[in-house]
Write a protein that binds this ligand. Structure first.
Ligand SMILES: Nc1ncnc2c1ncn2[C@@H]1O[C@H](COP(=O)(O)OP(=O)(O)OP(=O)(O)O)[C@@H](O)[C@H]1O
Ligand SMILES: [Mg+2]
Length: 268
C-alpha cells in the first residue's frame, strides 16, 4: 500500500528478508563466526536472547552459510520435543524411518551419523530452536548423546537456541550442571543499541529499494526508546509508522508520528 508512495520495490519490514539482505549487527557477526567454529569442531553451543531479538533469524542466516557439501543440517523447533521425537525428527530429516523404541532409535541415529562422517565425509549440525521450552527429560538426553564413546568424541555439533530463561530457569540450576559443563560456546544476542537500531532500519529500507532517509533523527530516537532495540518491535513500529505516514501523505516520519503510532497502534 505505502510502498508505491515511498517508491519502494519491496516491503521493508517483513520476516522473509533473504539471508544475504539481513542486517548484521556486531553481535550477530560474532555469533555467526562462533557457530561456524562450532560446526567445524563439532561442539555444543547455546544461543540465548530475549524474545524477538533475532535467534531464529541468526539460525536462518547460519544455515544458509553452511557449505552443503560439508555439512548436513538437522533443524528441530518443537516445544514438546521428547527424546523419542527428537531421534525420530533427526532420522526423518536424514531420510530414515525411526525404529520404534527410543534406545533403538538412538543407536540408529548414532550409526547413521557414523556413516555420514565415515562414508559421505560430512558433518552433522543439529539445531534446536525454542529450546527454553524443552523439558528436563530432553535436556538430560543431550548429556547422554554428547557422552558418546565415553566423552572421547562428539558425534555432531549441537546448537540450542532459546529465550533468556533457558539460562535463567534451566541451565543455570544445579541439576543441569552436567549439561552446563559440556557447553563449549555460549552466545548472547543483546538488544540493538541506538546506532545499531538506526543501521537496522536503514538496511531494511535499502533492501526495500529506498535510499533516502524517511525517519528523522528524532523519530529514530523515539523508535529506539519505544522498542529498546528489539528487532521484532522495531519492525512493527516502523511498519505502522510507514502506514500512518502514507495515510497522512507525509514523506518524512518525525518523532511525533512515531509517538502517536506507539500510543495508538502498538499492543505490547
Ligand atoms: N539481523 C536481523 N536482520 C533483519 N531482521 C531481523 C534481524 N534480527 C531479527 N530480525 C527480525 O525480527 C523478527 C524477530 O526475530 P526472530 O524471530 O529471529 O527472534 P527470536 O529471537 O527468534 O524470537 P523468539 O524468542 O520469539 O523466537 C524477525 O521476524 C526478523 O524479521
Ligand atoms: Mg525464534
Amino acid at each position: 500500500m505505502y510502498e508505491q508512495f515511498f517508491e519502494m520495490t519491496h516491503t521493508p519490514f517483513t520476516r522473509d528478508v533473504p539471508p544475504e539482505a539481513l542486517y548484521e549487527s556486531p553481535a550477530m557477526r560474532d555469533a555467526l563466526g562462533r557457530l561456524a567454529y562450532v560446526a567445524d569442531r563439532q561442539l555444543f553451543a547455546v544461543v540465548t536472547a530475549d524474545a524477538g531479538c533475532g535467534k531464529s533469524t541468526l539460525i536462518r542466516k547460519f544455515a544458509s552459510s553452511l557449505p552443503k557439501e560439508k555439512y548436513i543440517l538437522l533443524y528441530l523447533s518443537d516445544s514438546k520435543l521428547t527424546p523419542r521425537w527428537f531421534y525420530r525428527g533427526c532420522l526423518d530429516q536424514l531420510g530414515l524411518e525411526a525404529r520404534f523404541y527410543r534406545g533403538d532409535a538412538k543407536r540408529q541415529l548414532q550409526k547413521e551419523i557414523e556413516i555420514v562422517r565415515g562414508i559421505q565425509h560430512k558433518y552433522v549440525v543439529c539445531i534446536l530452536d525454542e529450546a527454553h521450552l524443552l523439558e528436563k527429560e530432553m535436556l538430560e538426553e543431550f548429556r547422554f548423546l554428547l557422552n558418546y564413546r565415553f566423552d572421547s568424541m562428539s558425534p555432531m555439533a549441537l546448537v540450542l537456541a532459546g529465550q533468556t530463561e533457558l539460562w535463567e530457569n534451566k541451565l543455570r540450576l544445579q541439576r543441569y550442571a552436567a549439561i552446563r559443563q559440556r557447553i563449549d560456546i555460549n552466545c548472547v544476542l543483546p538488544h540493538l543499541d541506538r546506532s545499531e537500531t538506526e543501521q537496522y532500519i536503514k538496511s531494511h529500507l535499502s533492501y526495500a529499494g529506498c535510499s533516502r532517509d524517511i525517519f528523522s533523527d528524532k523519530a529514530l530516537d523515539e523508535v529506539f526508546k519505544v522498542t529498546t532495540g528489539i528487532p521484532r518491535m522495531i519492525n512493527r513500529i516502523c511498519e505502522k509508522s510507514l502506514m500512518y505516514s502514507f495515510q497522512q501523505q507525509k514523506r518524512i516520519i518525525d518523532d511525533y508520528m512515531v509517538k502517536y503510532v506507539a500510543e495508538h497502534e502498538m499492543l505490547a
